[in-house]
Design a binder for this molecule. Structure first.
Ligand code: ACO
Length: 165
């Protein structure tokens, strides 16, 4: 399995296809293009030996002077941080450590390229696999419960991990 930077020219369709299959939260193509072109160093894909995309992480950076819509709690205004928009791995490739590797690569790039102080994300309360990954394997903490965050009104855990300089 190869983990490499996502390329807007080659990977957009495959990443979006993975997102549609694996998650109910989907985004229009403009958002994918915007993220990959604005922060090209922090989104990654996993490809199998034939070059097929089997997983991805899509991430963004929030600068100090921007709205804190993704910040997990108040009090983080003025801090450059990363945010994970979407992460998924195709079912037959799960529990092989792919998501963990994608996250670690993205986190490292956030800290080194953008000097991001922490990374945030939202996850459904019922998503035991993702919670296992974020909390147990990567060390994220729940910083807030956001009631009715998702379109179907399920609550989200807002999670946060402080990044090493
Ligand atoms: N149950 C409990 N713990 C789990 C599970 C699970 N099903 N899956 C992963 N973990 C934890 C374990 O600690 C695991 O280590 P171990 O296998 O040595 O026990 C560790 O996370 C690393 O797991 P990976 O193999 O790296 O995870 P995987 O590649 O299988 O991907 C993912 C995990 C992304 C959650 C996958 O199940 C998936 O694509 N699910 C559907 C999409 C999804 O829910 N994405 C996250 C939404 S939140 C967001 O996008 C911000």
């Amino acid at each position: 399995m190869n983990i490499r930077l996502a390329r807007v020219t080659d990977d957009l369709m495959a990443m979006q296809a993975g997102n549609l299959v694996n998650l109910p939260e989907n985004y229009n193509q403009k958002l994918w293009i915007y993220h990959l072109m604005t922060w090209p160093q922090i989104s990654f894909v996993a490809e199998d030996p034939k070059g097929r995309i089997v997983g991805y992480v899509l991430a963004k950076i929030t600068e100090p002077d921007e709205a804190e819509e993704d910040a997990p709690t108040g009090g983080d205004a003025g801090v450059t941080h990363g945010h994970i928009n979407s992460l998924s791995v195709f079912r037959t490739y799960r529990r092989l450590g792919i998501a963990k590797k994608l996250m670690l690569q993205s986190q490292h790039a956030m800290a080194t390229v953008y000097r991001a102080k922490f990374v945030s994300l939202h996850v459904r309360r019922s998503n035991t696999a993702a919670l296992g990954l974020y909390r147990d394997a990567l060390g994220f903490d729940v910083s807030q419960i956001v009631a009715g965050y998702y379109a179907d009104k399920e609550d989200a855990y807002a999670m946060k991990l402080v990044l090493s300089p």
